[in-house]
Ligand binder design. Structure first.
Ligand code: SAH
Length: 214
């Protein structure tokens, strides 16, 4: 089976599993996942699974990318903050659905690779930074949308504070891998609404910058 055929099969699978927003499906269809996946896993680039990347991290499962992006209610007029660039795959999907993407990764090596891939795909509406994403991006806040792609032990207060009025944040929360849930936080006029969405498995959100690789 060719990569193109595998990709069509994956998009159909995501639709059956609940990704119904056609803009999200078409963004996923337009991003070549194989360039974000290590050489050794090329044959699995369009399987619906997370795969290992450098620095003991993972590229997220396509279904989770689809569901989280859909929960964000993307809007081409909006800016979005992403915490946990990783391979840059989710970033590339966001680039097609938002006006500008601000993305933060704590591993410099991963960010360098992700930026090269995003440049190759001509995703010019991304601003990336190597830093501790738990602090958010105060200079650019508030954000109408925030997406966290690593599991926080509890609701990250600093990020909630950087959410604009009417804004939505999607964040996996859970102290242990076996008990993680995606939460949707909506900031209204009078306060916040928290909804528990689906159960997931993410690598942890770690405070502080990663040490440089020797
Ligand atoms: N969406 C990415 C998922 C990568 S895994 C993809 O599909 O490729 C989560 C990423 O979050 C990892 O790369 C990890 O290094 C990063 N991360 C964890 N804690 C972080 C923090 N505090 N600040 C920034 N990035 C963080």
């Amino acid at each position: 089976m060719t990569q193109a055929a595998r990709k069509i099969r994956l998009v159909l699978e995501l639709r059956r599993a609940g990704v119904t927003d056609t803009r999200v499906l078409s963004a996923i269809e337009r991003v070549p996942r194989e360039i974000f996946v290590p050489e050794a896993f090329q044959d699995q680039a369009y399987e619906n699974t997370a795969l290992p990347i450098d620095c003991s991290q993972t590229i997220s499962q396509p279904l989770i990318v689809g569901l989280m992006t859909q929960m964000l209610e993307p809007d081409k007029k909006m800016r979005v903050l992403e915490i946990g660039t990783g391979s840059g795959y989710q970033t590339a999907v966001l680039c097609r659905l938002f006006r500008r993407v601000y993305t933060i990764e704590r591993h410099r090596e991963l960010l360098k690779q992700a930026e090269a891939r995003l440049a190759e795909l001509k995703c010019h509406n991304v601003t990336a930074q190597c830093a501790d994403g738990t602090r958010g991006w105060p200079e650019q806040a508030p954000f109408p949308r925030i997406l966290v792609t690593a599991a926080a032990p509890e609701m990250p207060a600093t990020l909630v504070d950087q959410l604009d009025e009417g804004g939505i944040m999607i964040v996996p929360i859970g102290a242990s891998v076996s008990d993680q849930w995606i939460y949707k936080v909506t900031r209204g006029r009078g306060g916040f609404k928290e909804e528990r969405m689906s159960q997931v498995r993410f690598v942890p959100l770690v405070s502080g910058e990663a040490p440089a690789v020797s």
